[in-house]
Design a protein around this ligand. Structure first.
Ligand code: SF4
Length: 457
């Protein structure tokens, strides 16, 4: 067990997060310390950081990164940056500097690798040239449908395989929550900028349920789905039918997401999906025939037993299907997932292979005309790497961008949804999380509605 005594800090959180990138959770301890190093504290596995007593967090993190690098021989490409939104500090810098200058600054300030700094600069460049400034007075809305046909091995979301009558009960409560949220939005003069129905897999619902949900949203918020960005996830191809997609399209939905994760049948089976790569191809065919403007496709780098060639074949096919958005995720193995239960250290392996997959995705997507437009990182991702959304120019998802900016109210409805109220005067977000269990959601429904009234007033 390594012990790191870090001088002149109040809170060891940021240093602990940085150490986690290099070492397993049970392999180190970070200790906020004040004063000179005391010899008896420092055994062979104990280290003293920031002896000179700097109070500049970034400077201390750089010293700590170099020490961890020296101990482990690793140089993680994101440098000292551990947060989930690596674009945020870059965009802050861009307020006063050009994108090129920003790229140099982040390399020095965060010890970021050349590749990651150039990725960030590509995303900043896209957003600055294609996305309007943030209308903080408007809101985004997320509606959670916590049902899936089966549970994937890496899943840590509020997703359930539930019988039809429980789905029906859930929807009837959700419709009430939509009405109530619409009333609050009307009282406050809140206008929606984008809506995202995710989960889970929303297309687990029947055509009729999808229709009543979208109609209720339109009526409660006085919107025409065709006139704002409105996305519905149709993630699992085994839930897609022509009837459902026709319903979505006829109601004005222009964006859907079909998420293969991999186009290799053996992998799909291994991760617990109950469909084949052919089902994904068929889902795309139906979606194209129905005439959606934008189809997003998620792929995951680092799935069990996949090599770089497998990943390349999946990506090649998504590019061939001309998905307007392709999101490349690095596998995240969180608590609560089967994969994590079976192999708690899985996410600490295969970093080089996954890194090669991400490099390849960048090369292939760039040459096919895609641009990276949003990025986020999660805990327990292989190699502490990242997720990047790529789009054909102009086809980005505004919702995905706004969610990462953290400067807009998000109305969160349904089980597992996390709403956020933005306070512009303090540049602060206040979280209002709904319960994630869909049965408890129904039981504690009145409670949740009262909390919403309190926060959104
Ligand atoms: S499709 Fe997504 S939400 Fe559903 S089980 Fe798989 S990972 Fe979980």
């Amino acid at each position: 067990m390594y012990r790191f005594y870090i001088n002149n800090i109040d809170d060891d959180y940021h240093y602990m997060e940085l150490a986690r990138v290099f070492l397993p959770d049970d392999g180190f301890e970070t200790i906020a310390y004040s004063g000179k190093p005391v010899a008896h504290l420092l055994g062979s596995d104990s280290f003293f950081v920031n002896e000179k007593g700097s109070d500049d967090r970034e400077e201390i993190k750089r010293e700590f990164y170099e020490l961890l690098s020296c101990i482990t021989g690793m140089r993680p490409p994101w440098g000292t940056l551990t947060g989930v939104r690596p674009l945020k500090p870059a965009l802050e810098i861009c307020r006063e500097s050009s994108v090129d200058e920003m790229e140099c600054i982040i390399r020095e300030k965060y010890l970021m690798s050349e590749k990651k700094a150039s990725l960030i600069s590509g995303i900043a460049d896209y957003q600055l040239s294609h996305v309007s400034g943030i209308p903080w007075e408007k809101a985004s809305m997320y509606i959670g449908i916590p049902f899936c046909p089966t549970r994937c091995a890496y899943c840590s979301f509020a997703s359930n395989v539930a019988p039809a009558e429980e789905r029906e009960k859930y929807i009837s409560n959700l419709l009430k929550e939509v009405t109530c949220a619409g009333r609050l939005a009307e009282e406050n003069g809140t206008e929606l900028e984008s809506i995202y129905i995710g989960g889970g897999t929303p297309t687990t619902l029947s055509s009729e349920q999808l229709e009543s949900l979208i109609i209720r949203v339109s009526e409660a918020f006085h919107i025409d789905p065709a006139e704002l960005e409105f996305t519905v996830e149709a993630g699992r191809p085994d839930t897609i039918t022509k009837n459902k997609l026709d319903t979505l399209k006829s109601l004005g939905i222009s964006r859907i997401s079909i998420n293969p994760q991999s186009m290799k049948d053996e992998t799909l089976k291994l991760i617990g999906r109950d469909h084949s790569a052919d089902d994904i191809r068929e889902g795309f065919r139906i979606a194209r025939e129905t005439g959606f403007d934008v189809i997003n496709a998620d792929l995951i780098a680092g799935l069990p037993e996949e090599n770089v060639d497998d990943f390349e074949a999946s990506l090649r096919e998504m590019i061939g299907l001309k998905a307007e958005n392709i999101t490349i995720h690095t596998l995240s193995v969180k608590r609560g997932s089967r994969l994590r239960d079976n192999d708690p250290g899985y996410y600490r392996q295969n970093a080089e292979r996954v890194s090669a997959m991400l490099d390849l995705s960048r090369k292939m997507l760039s040459s096919a005309g895609y641009r990276p437009y949003y990025i986020y990182r999660q805990k327990h991702q292989i190699g502490a790497l990242e997720n990047v959304g790529w789009c054909l120019p102009g086809k980005h998802s505004l919702y995905n961008i706004r969610i990462m900016e953290d400067k807009q109210t998000v109305i969160g409805l349904g089980a597992g949804a996390v709403g956020k109220v933005y306070h512009p005067e303090e540049d602060r977000l206040e979280r209002i999380a709904n319960v994630s269990n869909y049965r408890i959601y129904s039981e504690r429904f009145d409670d949740m509605i009262s909390r919403k009234k309190e926060y959104y007033k």
